[in-house]
Design a protein around this ligand. Sequence first.
Ligand code: UD1
Ligand code: UDP
Length: 379
Amino acid sequence: MRIVSVVGTRPQLIKAAALSAALRARHDEVLVDTGQHWDEQMAGVFFAELGLPRPDHSPGIGGGGHAEQTGRMLLALEPILVAEHPDAVLVYGDTNSTLAGALAAAKLGIPVAHVEAGLRSFDRRMPEELNRVVADHLATWCFAPTPAAVANLAAEGIARGVLQVGDLMQDLAARVVAEVRDPAVLRPIGERLGLALRPGGFIFATVHRVENRDPAAMAAWTDILGAASRPDRPVVLALHPGTAAALDGAGIRLPASVRAVKPQGYRTTLALQLHAAAVLTDSGGVQRESAWLGTPCLVLRDSTEWVEAVAGSGDRMVLVGRDRARAAAELARVAPPATAEDEARARAASLRLEPAGAAEAIVAALADAEPAPAGGGAR
Ligand code: UD1
Ligand code: UDP
């Protein structure tokens, strides 16, 4: 099958890196990078680090509001899809690049394959929720990572073309984690970042959701991060450029105890999560990775699409929103400083992370399927 994959953001580059090699072993892939993320640390680094092939098309569309960004992507994608004439367009997740890829393809009658289909936060204020609902309803193949995602699709009347394949990001994490398991990996990372990092001796954080970029929310989570850090246990915040810009715009300064660093590469991020005392995040990807690694995690949101990760965490993953008292109490419970180092060392030593097999399942499902008729899809 000839497949155009549309990516654009950091997590999509990472997901494409988990799938691309398997996909290319069976199918012809044309990679389109919308350019939604464009900084070296947000995008370029992943091509080199994860062996992702260079894109065949890079329209370079980043920044701007949602309508402008999505509209420009649609304008750019349509002629690419017409010229490439694929049997299917594959989109990942829930970003504006996903929405534009799915919509441009569907309007041309090209079947859409949606990876990470069926996730719902049931919060339509989130741009991601709108994007994923539209992509799921346009898709011919809904590749769902979890049972809850399959159930969500069923509740919306989507059953045909739904396949539970597992989580593609788990495939990648399982492949890479052996390279960062030894706590000695912290030394070069710490030297590069100018931080003294020891197992369990820091907290790793990321924040980038739109809901966490308004001034009141930023005041609240910066406060949570400040309260979470101690002189001997700093918070290391890998700061998304959009969040950095929002903090600047609102004139909000991070507490001195919070050590903000640039966005990091995939291996470094996995290493920082594995060896941290705890993770504080609003990221879907980081939330799951911390669950697979077994690191305690406070989610700086009120809802999550990854209900299984929370349910399966043995109460070590907790949604705390922006509630400072709750965050402090939960952090003290899940990552008490006195035992954090022993816990981190034991976690890394005993970690067994199996691949989910999602890449193979997606590739096989696409190979099994006849290209659906133009304009219809399999549903
Ligand atoms: C997007 C996705 C979100 C995903 C996240 C992953 C949408 C609606 N949101 O959010 O679902 O979780 O990516 O990280 O698609 N910026 C830079 N350099 C970059 C990238 C972004 O400076 O390389 C700054 C710009 O100020 C930009 C802002 O970040 O305007 C927001 O970027 P955008 O891609 O629109 O949304 P994200 O918040 O990154
Ligand atoms: N990530 C990374 N560097 C960072 C922060 C995150 O490589 O500085 C990785 C993280 O390990 C995960 C993915 O990016 O694999 C998650 O992407 P992000 O948080 O941007 O988006 P989300 O998953 O919330 O859509």
